[in-house]
Write a protein that binds this ligand. Structure first.
Ligand SMILES: [Zn+2]
Length: 135
């Protein structure tokens, strides 16, 4: 299942997956503002993945069009998580937003979401050292 998303008649991209279980492309709003979101739960072999492709603030005048599409090329996800396992597999697309290293390059990454930046265990340790040090 695939959809093309257009913002003010300009194509943002094609979002979808060949084995989608649940695909969400939405425009959400609150008094603070509106945004468009694209994400999905997909099955790849035995494993399920959560994809986030798009999260973008909208202006009041923006026009969004969502059109069913044929297969890809699909925009690369901004986040991809393996689901249903206690130990999440590292993915190079997840980065520490403090030191910019990939999840595959750090010992542990606490993944970010739309409200918090991702941070690696080394940066957490550095922050702890700074906080423990002289004021
Ligand atoms: Zn880091």
């Amino acid at each position: 299942m695939y959809f093309d998303v257009y913002l003010n008649r300009q194509k943002l991209g094609t979002y979808g997956h060949p084995t989608v279980e649940n695909l969400t492309i939405s425009v959400s709003g609150s008094p603070e503002g509106a945004y468009i979101f694209a994400g999905a739960v997909c099955r790849e072999g035995e494993q399920r993945y959560h994809y986030d492709w798009l999260q973008r603030d909208l202006r009041a005048s923006d026009e969004v069009r969502i059109v069913p599409a044929d297969e890809g090329p699909v925009v690369a996800p901004i986040k991809k998580f393996e689901m249903g396992r206690t130990k999440r597999k590292a993915w190079a697309g997840n980065v520490c937003e403090f030191c910019q290293r990939k999840e595959t390059e750090v010992s542990r990454l606490i993944p970010g979401d739309e409200n918090r930046p991702g941070i690696c265990s080394d940066c957490v340790e550095l922050c702890n050292e700074i906080l423990r040090g002289p004021e």
